[in-house]
Ligand binder design. Sequence first.
Ligand SMILES: Nc1ncnc2c1ncn2[C@@H]1O[C@H](COP(=O)(O)OP(=O)(O)OP(=O)(O)O)[C@@H](O)[C@H]1O
Length: 452
Amino acid sequence: MSTPLPFSIVIVEDDPWYGQLLQYHLSLNPDYQVTLYTSGQELLHNLHTLPDVVTIDFGLPDMEGRELLRRVRERQPELPIIVISAQSKITTAVELLRMGASDYLVKDEYTKDLLWNAVLKIRETSRLRQQVQQLQTQLQEKYDFNRLLKGNSPAIQRTFHLMERAAQTPVNVSVTGETGTGKELVAKAVHLKSERSKKPFVAVNMAAIPTELLESELFGHEKGAFTGAIGRKIGKFEEANGGTLFLDEIGELSLPMQAKLLRVLQERELQRVGGNERIKLNVRLITATHKNLAEEVKKQAFREDLYYRVIGLPIELPPLRERGSDILFLAKHFLEEFCQEQGRPVPALAEETQVRLLAHSYPGNVRELKTIMELAAALCNGQEILPRDLLFTPATSGADLGLLSEQRTLREYSRHIIRHHLDKYDHNVPLVARKLDIGKSTIYKMVQDGEL
Ligand SMILES: Nc1ncnc2c1ncn2[C@@H]1O[C@H](COP(=O)(O)OP(=O)(O)OP(=O)(O)O)[C@@H](O)[C@H]1O
């Protein structure tokens, strides 16, 4: 642990006797390092030493207190300055405090004690400010996109880049991607990185709410608005006011609900069901869908005008099977996360297990991989995860069974997978090597040996 630096105080006082008195008094605290200057110029020359607090005598011979305060403020706007003056005129004190002095003390028999307290107060404030800064940095780091969303594939890096831009602008954002690709995580991360981060983030899944309840869920209702409305209900839009509203599965909205949503977005205000009051809205909208909304517009299942309102900055999340190196990267991440939570050692991934993981098609995407890895960690022998510990969902493993039902060797599986990828990616060896997280030379060697 590093030793904390002493708290450095500079006293500017042309009367040597009085200056030494204050210096002696403050030096009684061993944490303080007190320096005495006798002129304003001396202080200005030494400002680069970055003291923690400065006291200045208002009546210095070389520079008036006001002028010195102004010049120090110009160079170090955050530096706390205590003015000590022989005159007790309230107007001067007020003027100096307005100019940014932290405190104004009159020279009398209590000065040294008042100064002691004033310095204590400043030290406490600066300690708290530092703490707040540290916490803010920690919070910021916590919500750095790549801390929340794991992945190192070029595809996810492109997503991070778009998310960064989305966080910096107030426009609506639309996230598309198959189920379990991390759409909600993207929405939350953009909110937490945006200037609305301290306001609410409210998520609603359109597909999970019965159509007849959706309007009141989104916009709220007044007491007695319909049978069963026993009290006033605040809707999700109002809950999210000032912050971000995440509308998941927006492609599932019925056409009448689309019309109502469009009106609220256009007017930036809403009326609760059964109410007259118009409530102003300041909400950033992030929408998500696994559907191709443009296609839905063509099919007239989604309103074109609403489409242009919500599309904003589009972020597309690729399916896991197209994220190459992310499969093993995420598998290891979820394994480590789970084992750390459970307080158990992290088992290794057998080579055959890695091949098996790469061969799977993940219709449930990242969510599915997470579940598979957590189950595998629980089922394995504690040291190594073997293929038998991987339980793929019945609905999805069928596609892979054809490959696995034959009594193939691991080398044959690898050949099969590499050949499949070479076909898929136009025999681009560097690309395939990257996708499968294997060396290019492994592929070239297999080609040379006539195995591919
Ligand atoms: N890149 C990632 N890094 C870490 N965890 C991830 C990542 N992507 C998704 N997850 C995890 O996968 C699960 C599914 O993510 P999320 O709910 O955001 O997906 P979704 O696309 O919104 O799913 P759905 O379409 O089914 O609503 C969550 O547990 C989430 O934490």
